[in-house]
Design a protein around this ligand. Structure first.
Ligand SMILES: *[C@@H]1O[C@H](CO)[C@@H](O)[C@H](O)[C@H]1NC(C)=O
Length: 293
């Protein structure tokens, strides 16, 4: 999950990406269908004989996929991995109905806030929607950050934030502020908010996005990461409680995902592509949410 991705990384990333959305979408869209009593988290991956069109013929048809998540483009030769679906043990999940989704979301702004795995979810969602209405009026404000389906007035946006709380560039270095959320003014405009944070709290020193942590009045070099995460989530929760109108805004929080690096999920990443790629850097150096003062 470096921002500067080697193609090696990109290949690993993309291979988990499609699987993840298949379990995430049902959660996101669960209204009726599977029903309240179904435990959708207990089940297995099974072969889907009629996969989504977007899954079986992925990259050529979706113009909005962030390049380094594009398996086919960088030479992954097999397609079998596109044909799995999540099958809960106790019930069947309804198939994702993209046009129904667009109609239900008419006039709404959907925003996903989180790390690169959340970016995978964002890519998957917009590509599933695009596959259903490829010839409609769709525009991207920033090729990979926000897509509007004009015929339905639906906008889907990704807001990259690894920690949800702020990181500020200070004299002593990058300061992770456990009790401050300044991006909330952007988030609160959305009608549907999907948040995630988790993986980045546990990365090792050479990859972490901060140099010091501000915890109340103390600035520390490091601390127990789970404690730090808990404090940040408490800050986030206070922000939600004070800012988000639950009658108007639908809000989801996704917990820690399997890492999309290396063998993070049932050994799935053994099936990576063999093509040699060039270095790809996106979008630029540094953690995107660092604010400069
Ligand atoms: C697409 O929708 C936008 C916003 O409503 C509009 O300005 C634009 O002209 C439309 N494009 C086409 C090709 O219809």
């Amino acid at each position: 999950m470096h921002l500067e991705l080697k193609m090696d990384d990109a290949k690993r990333i993309s291979c988990h990406f499609l699987a993840i959305i298949l379990i995430t979408l049902p959660v996101f869209c669960l209204a009726g269908g599977a029903g309240k009593n179904c435990d959708i988290f207990t089940g297995s991956w099974v072969l889907d004989q009629s996969p989504y069109p977007y899954l079986s013929d992925y990259s050529p048809t979706c113009p909005f996929i962030r390049p380094e998540f594009d398996c086919h483009k960088y030479g992954r030769p097999d397609r079998q991995y596109l044909k799995y679906k999540w099958q809960p043990s106790g019930c069947n999940l309804p198939r994702f109905n993209a046009i129904g989704f667009l109609k239900k979301m008419q006039g709404k702004q959907i925003m996903l806030v989180g790390d690169s795995v959340t970016f995978n979810h964002y890519n998957s969602l917009i590509c599933l929607l695009h596959a259903a209405v490829p010839n409609s009026n769709i525009s991207a404000a920033d090729p990979w950050r926000s897509v509007t389906f004009h015929d339905y007035g639906v906008t889907v946006t990704i807001f990259m934030s690894h920690y949800l709380v702020d990181i500020e560039e200070t004299k002593i270095g990058r300061l992770l502020k456990l009790d401050s959320i300044s991006s909330g003014d952007v988030w609160k405009q959305a009608d549907v908010l999907v948040f995630n944070t988790g993986l980045w709290w546990y990365v090792k020193d050479d990859r972490k996005g901060w140099d010091f942590i501000q915890d109340g009045n103390n600035i520390v070099k490091d601390m127990d990461r789970t404690t730090a995460l808990a404090k940040a989530l408490a800050t986030w929760r206070r922000w939600v409680d004070s800012t988000v109108e639950v009658t108007k805004t639908k809000l989801f929080f996704e917990g820690v995902f399997p890492d999309h690096h290396r063998v993070g999920w049932s050994g799935g990443s053994q099936a990576v592509a063999t093509a040699q790629g060039r270095r790809y850097r996106w979008p630029d150096r540094g953690i995107p949410e660092v604010r400069r003062r």
